[in-house]
Structure formats: C-alpha cells, structure tokens
Design a protein around this ligand. Structure first.
Ligand SMILES: *[C@@H]1O[C@H](CO)[C@@H](O)[C@H](O)[C@H]1NC(C)=O
Ligand SMILES: *[C@@H]1O[C@H](CO)[C@@H](O)[C@H](O)[C@H]1NC(C)=O
Ligand SMILES: *[C@@H]1O[C@H](CO)[C@@H](O)[C@H](O)[C@H]1NC(C)=O
Length: 591
C-alpha cells in the first residue's frame, strides 16, 4: 500500500508542489512552483497579493493568481484525498493530475522542502534527508583534523551551560541541569579546536600588555592603588605588579576600544579575593554595556542583568603562574542564556571591548586579545583529560545516571563510555604529537586503553555479540546496546593512538584490528534497506528498531568513508555508497 502511494505521490510532486503550509519559511505568500519556469525567470511573474482561500486560510497560491502570459495552469478543483481509508486531507485536481499539500507529504514521509530564490526565480527544493555527507579529502591522518570537527562549535550549543573558567572546558547540561563534566563533550571541544587550528586563517593578535614598556601610558591607576613593572624571578621577564585594595572601588583599569577580536588571554598570579572585569559595549546602542567578572572562586557561572560571573578557581600568591583563555562572546552568551535573556545569537560584529579592570592585588603578563586561540582551548581539553582520569581504571567517568532504553538497566553515575575513551585517545594522541612528545599525554592515553579489556557488565566498555564478537560500548548497558557511531569513534581513537605512538601502543593497534573485524561482521545488521539503525536494541530487546535520525545516519556514512581511507575492504565503500543513496530516497530493491 505504502509503496504504491509513494510512487503516485512522487510522480505528482515531480511536476508541481503546492505548499499550503510551510514549516520552514515565512518568506512570502505565493508558494507555487511552475513547470513553466523555463519560459519565464522574471521574478515578478506572479501576483503576491494577500488573496484568501475559500476556507479562509491564507492563500499560498491559488485562485487569485494572475498568470503572466500563457499558462497551462488553468483552474483546479478541490478534492478529498482519502489516506489508507483512515482519514482525509484536502487535495487539488487539475486535469488528470492530483496535487497534495507538501505539509502532508512532509509529515507522512518525513521529507523536507523549502522555497529558494536564486538566478532570478523561486523554486521549491525537495530533500529526502537534511544531513550532509563529508567526503574525506585524502587518507585519514591522526595528526590532522578529526573527521569534519572543524565545523563543530561545541561551546555554543544550548546543552553547554558554560565553559568553566577554572578548567577551560565546557560543562554539559544534557542529562543533568545543574551541569557536569562530560568527557565525550570535552574531548569533542578539544578536537574541534585542534581541527579549526588547521583549517582557519591565522588569528590576529593584539598584545595589550607585556610589561616591556612604560605601563602608565596605558593604565588608569586611582589614588590608593599601585602599579609597577617588576622582574619575575621564575620567568626571567618583566611582569606587571598591581595592588588595588577594596577601598579603591574603581580598581586599576585599561581603557580599550577593540573590535572583532574577543579571545582574551592573560597570564596571572592573583591574591585571594582578587578579580578582574571585562567591559563589552554594544556598537549600536552605546548605553548597552555588559560586564564579565572573573573572580577568585569556584563559582561555575552566575549572572544578573548585565553582569556575568565566572570563577577562575582559588587564588593565592603562592600559586604558580596561570594562563587563562576566554572567549568573551561565549561567556556573555552563556550569562544571558543563564538568565533566559538570550534573544538571538550574539554577533561579534555588534560588540566591542571597552575596558578591563583589576581589583585586589597580584601579577599579570602577556595580556592579549585575538581572533582565536584554538590551541590553548585544545590543550585545556587535553589537560583536563590528563587530570581527571581515574588512575586505577584508566577511565573517564560520566558522573550522571543515564537511561538508554526501557528494558535496559540504567547506567549508574561513574560509567565509562567507549566513545568517551576513544575521543580522549584522539585528543591525547594529537596532544602527544603536537607537543613534540610530552609523555604525560601518552601515559594517560595508554591507561585509557584499560577499560577496553574489561566487560561492560564489570565496569568496562567491552561487550560481546552472541558471546563471540567483541564490541566497544558507547553505553555499557545490560543487555548490551551495540551503538554503531560510538563504536566507530572508539575505533578512530584506537587508530589515532596506534599511529601517533606505534612503539608504545601495540595494545591499541590490536584493539583496533579486533574492532575492525567486528565492525565488518555486524555492519549490515544496522542496514534497514532505507536507512540505518542507531543500535541493535531491536535484536537485544525484541522491540522495534531504533532508527537513526538523518544526522546519525550521515555520521555512520561519514565514519565509513573515513575508515575506507585506511582500510580498503570493499564492504566499507559499498555500504557507505548504498547508505548515501538512502539519503536521497533510494531504497534497497525488494523481491
Ligand atoms: C595553529 O597553531 C600554530 C602553532 O602550532 C599557530 O602558529 C597558528 O597560528 C595556529 N593557527 C590557527 C588558525 O589557530
Ligand atoms: C610572557 O611571554 C613571553 C614571551 O613568550 C615569555 O618569555 C614570558 O615568560 C611570559 N610571561 C609569563 C609570566 O609567563
Ligand atoms: C575574602 O572575602 C571573604 C568574603 O567577602 C572574606 O570573608 C575574607 O576575609 C576575604 N579574604 C581575604 C584574605 O581578604
């Protein structure tokens, strides 16, 4: 039944699509695409007046349209389309053809469409999926970009509460609203910045202060406060020493008028209770001023009106020099979102940095504003992984309870994910490579292999399909869930480590080879003939399959295409090609 319907519908729509209601666009009244367009092309061919349909709905094409020149679009009749004998919708009959509303087709077949105007005329663009295939540009190199993560903006996502100013990494609210450190997300943050470093243009950097010049030319130092240049014995370079007690409410400050660059970096040592504030001003509404406060505290984030607070951790003069990098736009964005005051995306071009003020006392150096600081952000993620690994198990714990599917036991806080472990290996392998062989990254990565040998039922990530085929579990559920994309990310992490440190990581190479064998054995169990499943819960639980959304399906495809550059088994390419076909509506043949 459905197959016949599909054919009829596709046939009808190939000619003309009448949109009665569009979920994707509000850009006009007339939403009619004509098969006669090849004769036309002058945008003003149709009357776009607000004509009303007999039903009283807004007219999206229809009666009132005046046709420019000759047209074979004569009138049409309203006709009921009876759907599988279950319900009816309004259609249109025109000669021997039937037209169905696109809003119906969208829901019925989960297809997508939008009006687009270019080359001087408007057309309707139909698409079967909404996701994009990324074709690798060459053989995958673990020292290079990770997948297509240069397109990721992890910290901007809604499910990121903020970027911690003590750790420099994102805090997730995906499964727990107060926020928690989610190793997978932190690794993705690191991998995206590593990849952006390799793909984006060179940043512009403005050095605001390095204590090598006359300080007082720049700084405003009120009565009662002090500021001087001193030689730092530890670094052997000049640094700024300042003191601005509580009684000096204005603090010592720098007046700025800086546009476009919003990555602030500085090296500092601050006394207890010190803080600094960055002032941002709207370039359009000069009275709109925001203050980003960075305080010596463990506060994650708080905000009130124009004031946003991030804690930079405990301070004290005995602490070593610390380098802090902040994306001021992200910090402001999160402060407004924290108060539910973010109306639309903040635009970098609409703001400027107008000042910087220090309170308390301490030392600072190398204060800069730059377009980007991708490697600092990457290393913040790598450092976080080194410092927050469970040294006894080698795992990066997920501190939240997680329900994967009804019928599977909840994961209790502290579970490990093969995807999180694998992503961490991808970060640490790159940090080991980029740092020129810093062993702290290698040791952490090697320890991170241990959960791959421990059964998922015993606190590790290793499951077994029918007791025979080993599998690395993104979610170590009971029974096993066999999530495909997380497994492949784990394989990539293993491959990255084994490539970057071959002598030290035979274990990673062996886990990778074993995983590739499993992947090839199970891959086609995910193929539905028109898409893929996200996991194998249908087999494990005897329930309906968990179909992969198009973005996950596209991830499967992109992962296979990437693997195919390092493993030439035709199964990988042939499967990827078929799965790409599903994204434009091609289906496997039936009997
Ligand atoms: C990438 O990192 C290198 C150092 O490895 C640096 O010189 C370069 O400016 C960075 N480029 C970008 C776009 O971040
Ligand atoms: C500031 O940067 C210079 C040049 O890279 C470096 O020599 C100096 O040690 C840095 N200052 C601090 C406090 O780290
Ligand atoms: C820091 O601030 C807290 C709270 O305002 C105060 O109780 C404490 O005495 C201050 N510590 C120092 C060393 O100034």
């Amino acid at each position: 039944m459905i197959r016949i319907n599909l054919k009829v519908v596709l046939l009808l729509c190939a000619a003309v699509v009448v949109v009665t209601l569009s979920l994707w666009t509000r850009c006009g009244d007339v939403m009619l695409a004509s098969r006669n367009r090849k004769n036309g092309g002058q945008g003003a061919e149709w009357d776009t007046g607000n004509k009303k349909m007999p039903s009283g709905q807004d007219a999206y094409g229809g009666d009132g349209i005046e046709h420019g020149g000759s047209s074979d679009l004569q009138g049409y009749e309203e006709i009921d389309c009876n759907i599988n004998g279950e319900y009816s919708i309004g259609c249109r009959k025109e000669g021997g053809e039937i037209y169905m509303p696109f809003s119906f087709l969208h829901k019925y077949f989960e297809v997508y469409g939008k009006l687009a105007t270019y080359d001087g005329y408007e057309r309707f663009e139909w698409s079967h999926s909404y996701s994009k295939v990324y074709y690798p540009k060459g053989k995958y190199d673990p020292r290079g970009i990770f997948m297509y993560f240069e397109n990721y903006n992890v910290e901007v996502r809604d499910r990121v509460k903020c970027v911690s100013a003590t750790e420099g990494v994102p805090v997730s609210t995906q499964w727990e609203s107060q926020g928690y450190y989610y190793p997978t997300q932190i690794a993705q943050f690191g991998l995206s910045h590593y990849s952006k470093n390799l793909t984006e243009p060179e940043p512009r950097r403005t050095l605001l202060e390095d204590a090598e010049r006359d300080l007082l030319a720049h700084w405003v130092v009120p009565n009662g406060a002090t500021l001087s240049r001193v030689l730092d014995s530890h670094t052997g370079s000049h640094v700024v020493e300042f003191s601005s007690p509580d009684s000096v409410t204005s603090g010592i400050s720098l007046k700025l008028d800086h546009v476009l660059d919003f990555m602030l970096s500085l090296t500092f040592k601050l006394a207890v209770n010190s803080s600094f504030t960055v002032v941002l001003q709207s370039r359009e509404k000069r009275d709109q001023i925001f203050q980003l406060h960075y305080t010596c505290s463990d506060l994650l984030i708080s905000a009130q009106d124009q004031h946003v607070y991030h804690g930079i951790g405990r301070c004290g003069q005995t602490q070593p020099w610390r380098r802090l990098t902040r994306d001021l736009i992200v910090d402001l964005h999160k402060g407004l979102a924290y108060q539910n005051k973010l109306k639309r995306k903040l635009s970098r071009s609409k703001l400027k940095v107008t000042g910087l003020t220090f309170h308390g006392s301490g030392h600072l150096d190398n204060l800069t504003l730059s377009t980007s600081e991708h490697l600092s952000q990457f290393y913040d993620a790598a450092q976080w992984l080194v410092h927050h690994q469970d040294s006894s198990t080698g795992g990066w714990p997920n501190p939240v309870r997680r329900r994967v599917a009804p019928g599977m036991a909840d994961l209790e806080p502290g579970w490990y994910s093969a995807m999180g472990q694998g992503h961490a290996l991808s970060v640490l392998a790159r940090a080991y490579h980029h740092s020129g062989g810093d062993n702290s990254y290698l040791h952490s990565a090697l320890a991170g292999l241990r959960p791959f040998d421990v059964a998922s039922s015993a606190g590790g990530v290793l499951a077994s399909f029918l007791g025979r085929i080993p599998w690395y579990e993104e979610y170590p559920t009971e029974p096993a869930s066999f999530v495909l994309n997380g497994f492949i990310y784990a394989l990539l992490g293993l491959y990255d480590l084994s490539t970057v440190a071959p002598a030290a990581s035979h274990k990673a190479a062996q886990l990778f080879r074993q995983g590739m064998v499993s992947l090839k054995q199970l891959l086609l169990l995910y193929d539905t003939g028109s898409g893929t499943t996200y996991d194998l819960r249908h087999f494990m639980l005897g329930t309906a399959p968990n179909l992969a959304r198009w973005d996950y399906h596209a991830t499967h495809v992109n992962q296979l295409l990437l693997l195919a550059t390092i493993d030439h088994d035709p199964l990988l390419t042939a499967t990827a090609e078929r799965w790409i076909g599903y994204m434009s509506g091609k289906r496997a043949a039936h009997n």
